[in-house]
Design a protein around this ligand. Structure first.
Ligand SMILES: NC(=O)c1ccc[n+]([C@@H]2O[C@H](COP(=O)([O-])OP(=O)(O)OC[C@H]3O[C@@H](n4cnc5c(N)ncnc54)[C@H](OP(=O)(O)O)[C@@H]3O)[C@@H](O)[C@H]2O)c1
Length: 265
């Protein structure tokens, strides 16, 4: 028997809205509302969509993904509140907006799911944390996971963990890019050309990751295997230890988690 897929509405077709759209448009009927005309034209052309108003999305979609920036959220919730009375499942991807805030603003027993995806969703390699509001059922959470599984992996969490998760996987891609940036700049500082430095760093990164995935050993064990006492790797690791790299990571993630807490609504 063929299962009927719910229509998914996406409000906000920016970075994340487009990433979600590209992951799910073959699996679900999707309608999108994007206020920026240029982005809207791009989405229509790329995904063969017809332009939709907010009202169309809210009336036609059973599941509505709220993919606007946190600063545009209040205005959007106000518009939604005045547009629909029907029961829908709302899925927010906005950083720092709690399920209780959305529930309160929509002033009804609305079903709300809060998620924290990340940028690799653009290539189907995202990590999305999912939690449910007070009226969201287990099957609502499952439906949200099924949607976000199209753009990578999902994990169901308690809402109280969302600030820490924002600091780890939400902001995490930036740390990886920063690491690659610093590693490449350091290679160039040894006199290598930028192209060569970049090629060496990227393949080292790719190869080490592949090895880590295949060998299933702890990172610390793999590190010990390539670090012989008194050798070149040990010399570099000693410097990382001298500057307390682990302490730097802890402090950076705490700063991101604290900032996420400050922004919570
Ligand atoms: N980017 C990330 O890595 C990431 C990771 C995790 C979570 N998130 C969350 O994802 C959400 C979206 O982020 P983003 O990076 O995709 O932002 P973005 O690129 O700015 O996309 C948001 C889009 O929504 C449009 N928009 C705003 N209000 C609208 C409305 N009422 N109706 C229709 N369209 C509207 C905006 O148009 P204008 O440009 O004209 O305002 C913009 O094109 C944020 O809440 C963020 O916290 C992002």
């Amino acid at each position: 028997m063929k299962t009927v897929r719910p229509t998914i509405g996406i409000i906000g077709g920016g970075n994340m809205g487009t990433a979600i759209l590209s992951g799910i448009h073959k699996a679900y009927p999707v309608i999108v509302c994007e206020q920026d005309k240029k982005k809207c034209r791009f989405l229509k052309r790329t995904f063969k969509l017809s332009g939709q108003s907010l009202r169309d999305v809210i009336e036609q979609a059973q599941i509505i993904i709220l993919a606007v920036k946190p600063q545009n959220f209040d205005e959007l919730l106000q518009e939604i509140e005045s547009t629909t009375g029907k029961k829908k499942l709302f899925i927010s991807i906005a950083a720092g907006i709690t399920t209780s805030y959305i529930e309160k603003r929509l002033q009804r027993d609305v079903k709300v799911i809060r998620t924290m995806p990340n940028l690799p969703a653009q290539i189907g390699q995202g990590m999305t944390a999912v939690c449910g509001g007070k009226s969201a059922s287990f099957s609502d959470i499952k439906r949200a996971c099924q949607i976000f599984n199209h753009i990578g992996k999902t994990v169901v969490v308690k809402e109280e963990w969302m600030d820490a998760i924002t600091a780890v996987s939400g902001s995490g891609p930036a740390y990886v890019f920063l690491f690659i940036e610093c590693f490449t700049n350091a290679a160039v500082s040894l006199g290598l050309s930028e192209d060569l430095g970049k090629a060496l760093v990227l393949q080292t990164f790719r190869g080490s990751w592949g090895l880590f995935e295949q060998q299933r050993e702890e990172a610390s064990e793999l590190r010990a295997r390539v670090t012989s006492q008194g050798g070149t790797t040990q010399a570099a690791v000693d410097v990382f230890m001298k500057y307390h790299l682990e302490g730097v990571f802890r402090e950076a993630l705490q700063a991101a988690r604290n900032r996420a807490r400050e922004l919570v609504k």
